[in-house]
Design a binder for this molecule. Structure first.
Ligand code: ADP
Ligand code: MG
Length: 247
């Protein structure tokens, strides 16, 4: 589904070059819910922005299905972003002047494909994520958790191959975080979505099938949840993070 191979990215600030990604390789299989963890500044957002095609990598390969993203021109990348990827950001990025339902429909409007079928899908997504009752409200009238669930529904409207989420629970209290993580689990089980989430929150990550830990610009370790309970998996993640701090 998604294969990242030997990805390098540095930023030039004045005369200094900062190497942020120093050869990141990872894969996400269809239907998997994968998290990327790592200390602040470890390059999580940079990695996600490269996969999102927001910033060009210096070298390496990013394959989404059969498509090598590094080889596409701007127009083709815009199509990939609109049709094959869904995005969920830390600060929701809903449009204030649109209702919940209109926000969910936005990627379909941008893609030029709003039909009765798409409108039905928006309503179905509202149901899956428990936001049907608020679908005619505006963002200013709903809670943070409801905003983020709206953002998850919006990310799914075009049937993307992959959902990319950057710290989706970063601005939420623990109850709302839980509701948002539950919406990802529902996206996975009810809609067969594939999700790639950046987070520094071990609680959020403990719901994932697999967690990739970044350090110093490379993948330091990958942990599989397997048959472990969520809380046991969270303990494993916390142990790994402590161990990483000692090295
Ligand atoms: P994370 O999301 O893991 O906190 P980031 O990918 O945002 O990390 O940042 C990794 C490093 O790259 C940080 O040291 C950050 O300051 C630097 N960085 C991020 N974006 C830029 C940029 N546009 N220009 C220069 N440096 C940047
Ligand atoms: Mg970040």
């Amino acid at each position: 589904m998604l294969t990242v191979q030997d990805l390098h990215k540095s930023y030039q600030v004045g005369k200094t070059t900062y190497e942020v990604l120093k050869g990141v390789s990872l894969t996400v299989e269809k239907g998997e819910f994968v998290a990327v963890m790592g200390p602040s500044g470890s390059g999580k957002t940079t990695l996600l922005n490269c996969i999102s095609c927001y910033i060009p990598a210096d070298s390496g390969s990013i394959r989404l299905g059969d498509t090598e993203l590094a080889r596409l021109d701007e127009e083709a990348l815009a199509k990939v972003r609109n049709r094959k990827l869904g995005f969920v950001f830390q600060d929701f990025l809903l449009l204030d002047g649109l209702t919940v339902r209109q926000n969910i429909l936005l990627p379909a409007i941008i893609g030029g494909a709003v039909s009765g079928m798409v409108e039905n899908r928006a309503d179905q997504l509202c149901e899956v994520f428990g936001i049907s009752a608020i679908r005619d409200k505006y963002p200013a009238e709903i809670s943070g958790g409801e905003k983020q669930r709206t953002a998850v529904a919006r990310a799914l409207i075009n049937h993307p191959l992959l959902i990319l989420a950057d710290e989706p629970t970063g601005n939420l209290d623990s109850r709302s975080s839980r509701a948002v993580i539950r919406s990802f689990e529902q996206a996975k089980s009810a809609l067969e979505a594939t999700i790639f989430m950046v987070t520094h929150d071990s609680f959020a990550a403990s719901f994932c099938d697999r967690v990739v830990i970044l350090r110093d610009g490379v993948v330091w370790r990958t942990l599989e949840k397997g048959a472990a309970q969520r809380s046991a998996f969270q303990d494993q993640l916390l142990d790994a993070i402590r161990e990483m701090g000692k090295e």
